[in-house]
Write a protein that binds this ligand. Structure first.
Ligand code: ATP
Ligand code: MG
Length: 283
């Protein structure tokens, strides 16, 4: 039985639960419980604050965990980074007041930087030979310069809207983060097998996200042109219809290219176009 540490509530919780549910692991999690046994798989969920997940996995309290790479790096936890999960994307960046005369990293020499990520920041500053004073704060880091607590900040950025609101500009992106699957360094052989099985499911789910399954009817005379328009896993499936002048074509298309490809297919005579959600791609 695997014990998986996940964020109890917060930004990663919902997407983590839905990834697990897609992989056949669902649990009804009470608001106060710390641990839940999953339905449909021999798995326990340990519900923690994200800060505590790297250590819980490093110590073996949980066998594996799902957490932001930023937390893993900050805690410098002794864990295996098993796979990237493709959600919870953000970066940790240095930002300075808009009016600062910023020309490069040397600007930070002698400055006070507020952050909730002192370990990542101090590694970065050391590597670049910059001597700055790090103020560790847990709350709203982005207001520190405005209230005179710091000259700059080092914090999570996703859209950048919060920085703009606080009169700050991002000047150096230090870490690209996303949710990652981590594992304790000493997994038994049996648990390793369970983990491999879970990774296989996660991979097929992640790969199918953003892909659509498209079916359409096409005049036979347009087949060569259609083959240049359609991407697919190997090559599109081409089936005969009862009417000898028409074919049915099936293909897997990335969502980002869907409408552009469909309008080109319509232009060469495609009709009856069905777009279906793809649940899994198993390779
Ligand atoms: P906890 O109560 O579990 O300690 P938290 O308040 O520390 O939660 P959240 O704000 O829920 O953390 O964020 C969890 C993770 O989501 C972050 O560590 C980061 O990896 C990721 N994340 C993605 N986008 C953002 C964002 N815009 N702001 C903050 N975190 C983000
Ligand atoms: Mg936290």
């Amino acid at each position: 039985m695997l014990r998986i540490a996940i964020q109890a509530k917060g930004r990663l919780n919902e997407k983590t639960m839905s990834l697990l549910a897609d992989a056949g692991i669902s649990a009804s999690v009470g608001s106060r419980s710390l641990i839940a046994h999953a339905k449909g798989a021999d798995v326990d969920l340990l519900l923690l604050r994200d800060d505590d997940i790297p250590q819980a996995v490093a110590m073996g309290t949980a066998d594996i965990g799902i957490v932001g790479l930023n937390e893993v790096e900050e805690k410098n936890a002794n864990v295996e980074r098993v796979m990237d999960l493709g959600f919870g994307g953000c970066r940790i960046s240095l930002a300075v007041p808009r009016e600062a005369d910023y020309k490069g990293l040397e600007w930070f020499n002698g400055k006070r930087i507020a952050t909730s990520y002192p370990a990542i920041l101090s590694r970065f500053l050391d590597k670049n030979g910059i001597k700055a004073k790090i103020h560790t704060i847990t709350g709203s880091v982005e207001i520190a310069p405005a209230i005179g607590m710091a000259d700059a900040i080092f914090d999570i950025v996703s859209s950048g809207g919060t920085l703009v609101q606080n009169g700050l500009v991002e000047v150096e992106s230090v870490l690209e983060s996303q949710a990652v699957l981590i594992a304790t360094p000493e997994l038994s052989e049996e648990k390793r097998e369970e983990l491999d099985n879970l990774c296989f499911r996660f991979r097929s789910i992640i790969e199918s996200r953003g892909m659509k399954y498209v079916l359409l009817n096409l005049p036979k005379s347009s087949l060569d042109k259609a083959l240049t328009i359609l991407p697919s896993m190997k090559s599109p499936t081409v089936l005969h219809l009862a009417d000898p002048d028409w074919l049915s074509i099936h293909a897997v298309i990335p969502e980002s290219q869907l409408w552009e490809r469909i309008s080109r297919l319509k232009a060469i005579g495609a009709e009856d176009i069905l777009v279906l959600v793809l649940e899994n791609i198993v390779k």
